[in-house]
Design a protein around this ligand. Structure first.
Ligand code: DX5
Ligand code: ZN
Length: 232
């Protein structure tokens, strides 16, 4: 592991629990300003949702936008690839500025090679699983992961309701490798669900609607972090 990535991981572990703002819910007409606002509010990372219209029934944004985001902030970029054949694109997303790259287990019969490739490029390697996907599918690969992203909605859209199935998976992953892995949860994270996620072991709470729906991002981030810390 390169020293840059291990120091980023150490930093994120020690700052946990963290809210990862999902830019999918931001005002794209003012992307630079939205990034500045969450940064000023105290965000420690940004979550970028990449959708291909194949793996998920929606399209979002791609490499040029990640490059533009990279130019506008120093925050770590947590890139969530909701795309088929992610192995074809990880290099380009890394070049575009991704610090953390997460692929879906459902897209690959064996993710070992791509996870090794991501680490080899000096980024943190993440594996994600959808609500219906059994936890046993990711267990053989945990040693190759720095992060596991547990989906609490079917990916493709923001603003969906939290699926509690994520909580059992977080607890299991926490038992297996909670000290080492950055456990992340994505979808429907809000005032009502965030505390249960951290109780179950989540370190990164991805939040789109719950954060960008607020008028005051600082206040909202503070509320969410306090519920996460107090596990309420
Ligand atoms: C879902 C994405 C999420 C999503 C979260 O496909 O991976 O990151 O934007 O949005 P909220 O917080 O609105 O559920
Ligand atoms: Zn996401």
């Amino acid at each position: 592991m390169t020293s840059t990535i291990s120091s980023l991981l150490d930093e994120l572990h020690s700052a946990a629990p963290l809210v990862g703002p999902s830019l999918l819910a931001c005002d794209f007409a003012h992307l630079g300003e939205e990034i500045r606002r969450v940064e000023d509010a105290g965000a420690r990372m940004l979550h970028l949702d990449i959708m291909d219209g194949q793996f998920v029934p929606n399209l979002s944004f791609g490499i040029p936008v990640v490059e533009a985001i990279r130019r506008s902030t120093q925050l770590p970029l947590d890139v969530h690839l909701m795309i088929e054949t992610p192995q074809k694109y990880v290099g380009r997303f890394r070049d575009a500025g991704a610090d953390m790259l997460t692929v879906h287990i459902e897209t690959l019969p064996d993710p070992s090679e791509v996870l090794e490739e991501i680490r080899g490029m000096g980024a943190a390697a993440g594996l994600s699983l959808n609500p219906p996907t059994d936890i046993s599918t990711v267990e053989p690969y945990l040693d190759l992961c720095d992060l596991v992203l547990v989906m609490s909605v079917m990916p493709g859209f923001g603003g969906q309701e939290f699926d509690e199935v994520a909580l059992d998976k977080l607890r299991r992953l926490d038992e297996l490798a909670g000290e080492r892995l950055l456990l992340s949860v994505d979808g429907g994270v809000n005032h009502d669900t965030i505390g249960r996620c951290t109780t179950a072991g989540a370190k990164i709470l991805v939040a789109g609607t719950a954060l960008f729906g607020a008028d005051d991002y600082s206040q909202r981030l503070e509320e969410l972090i306090s519920l996460a810390v107090n596990k309420k």
